[in-house]
Design a protein around this ligand. Structure first.
Ligand code: GLN
Length: 383
């Protein structure tokens, strides 16, 4: 016996593909986690915190030094005032932040607008709240957003829109004009914007626009981000949500009863990272650009078609020149026979959508050696 709600969505295909990669000894370009070390300074800070006996619960909504560092960063980078006492909730990854925010803000029957393709968590997050996701396509090949379609998607039932930029899996960076349109529509329809900005510092084109910073948006936006991607520590599970005071109270309650809090000694180390200077971010982005530029020409040579990602560390690639199989069959075949694991494209589209069926997602947050090993195998596809 299981509850009805747990039957309404499937297990994460991203995590499943990591298991498939292990089974076949494939190079794992499926799940988006780096295979290189995180900054030594953060590792040291974590060990210091553990040795200093910082091993008990932190304050539920996050240790003060980390919340202070988060607030300072938003002031410095985005000229955006955040009160660490009232607006910040530290969570177990951006994943928990998104789930906790949805549970705190959405009621059964609410509609939530989600751009498609989308990161697979948003569907189940909405469903767990009894809300209905409404998918608005980003159109292939260059993931364009049709303003009229978005305008029409907003109705009196719209409670929120989820805005992920840079976007997983498309690599789209939402432009200032698109953000302005989203802001205008949220204000007009009295809707919430819930952002996922976990890749904010991994960009190759365009600017990162903080939606909460647009006029009239601070009081209707929850900004979600985290340390996983920026500091290469996806296993530390450190994320946060920045929200107006009233909503933070609700988010903190949900978060408290879900997890109590994020790991205390890692929060202490996270505070060190959040105070890194701009050079760190510029260098990191440059390294990701190099990784992207190793993989993309190989994909072209192997016969895939794709739009060059502007940000994040994924590329959604069309394989229809290589195979007539559907995405799941092709991804499993490629893991087994070619030795490279990817994520089937349909995981990023609503169930029943035909749009992901000719796509697989490659993650390039990997060392040069890993990418070169993948390249050697992928070139076998030409034959
Ligand atoms: N965000 C990463 C991805 O899309 C990892 C997801 C996860 O496994 N939590 O692959």
């Amino acid at each position: 016996m299981i509850a009805a709600r747990a039957r309404t969505f499937t297990e994460s295909v991203i995590r499943e593909m990591t298991r498939v990669a292990h089974k076949y000894g494939a190079v794992n370009l499926s799940q988006g986690f780096p295979d290189f070390p995180m900054p030594a300074e953060l590792k040291r800070a974590a060990c210091d915190a553990i040795n200093a006996d910082d091993n008990q619960y932190a304050i539920t909504w996050g240790q003060k030094p980390l919340r202070d560092a988060i607030a300072a960063k938003y002031r410095d980078w985005y000229d955006f005032e955040v009160d660490p006492e009232q607006n910040v909730t530290v969570t177990c990854g951006a994943t928990e932040a998104m789930a906790a925010v949805c549970l705190a803000l959405l009621d059964p029957g609410d509609e939530v607008i989600v751009f498609e393709p989308f990161y697979e968590n948003y569907g189940p997050d909405a469903i767990l709240c009894g809300a209905s996701p409404k998918f608005i396509p980003l159109e292939k090949p260059d993931w364009k957003l049709d303003p009229d379609r978005l305008r029409k998607a907003f109705t009196k039932n719209t409670r929120a829109i989820i805005v992920n930029t840079p976007q997983n899996p498309s690599g789209k960076v939402i432009s200032r004009e698109e953000m302005q349109l989203i802001a205008d529509l949220c204000i007009e329809h009295d809707a919430w914007a819930i952002t996922d900005e976990i890749y904010e510092h991994i960009r190759y084109e365009g600017e990162h626009h903080l939606l909460a910073g647009f006029p009239g948006m601070k009081e209707r936006t929850v900004t979600i981000s985290g340390l996983s991607k920026t500091f290469c520590c996806t296993g530390w599970r450190l994320g946060y949500a920045i929200a107006p005071a009233e909503q933070s109270v609700a988010i903190r309650k949900v978060h408290d009863f879900l997890t109590v809090g994020a790991p205390a000694p890692l929060q202490a180390a996270g505070a060190v990272g959040m105070r890194f200077g701009r050079d760190y971010y510029a260098h990191m982005s440059e390294e990701y650009r190099e990784r992207r530029d190793i993989l993309l020409p190989v994909l072209s040579k192997a016969g895939f078609k794709y739009h060059v990602p502007e940000g994040a560390y994924y590329v959604l690639a069309d394989f229809s020149k290589l195979s007539k199989d559907d995405d799941t069959t092709f991804a499993k075949w490629m893991a087994k026979e070619i030795g490279v694991a990817t994520v089937p494209g349909s995981s990023f589209y609503h169930p029943g959508s035909p749009d992901g069926k000719t796509l697989v997602r490659f993650a390039f947050c990997k060392t040069r050696e890993t990418l070169e090993a993948a390249a050697e195998r992928l070139l076998k596809l030409q034959a």
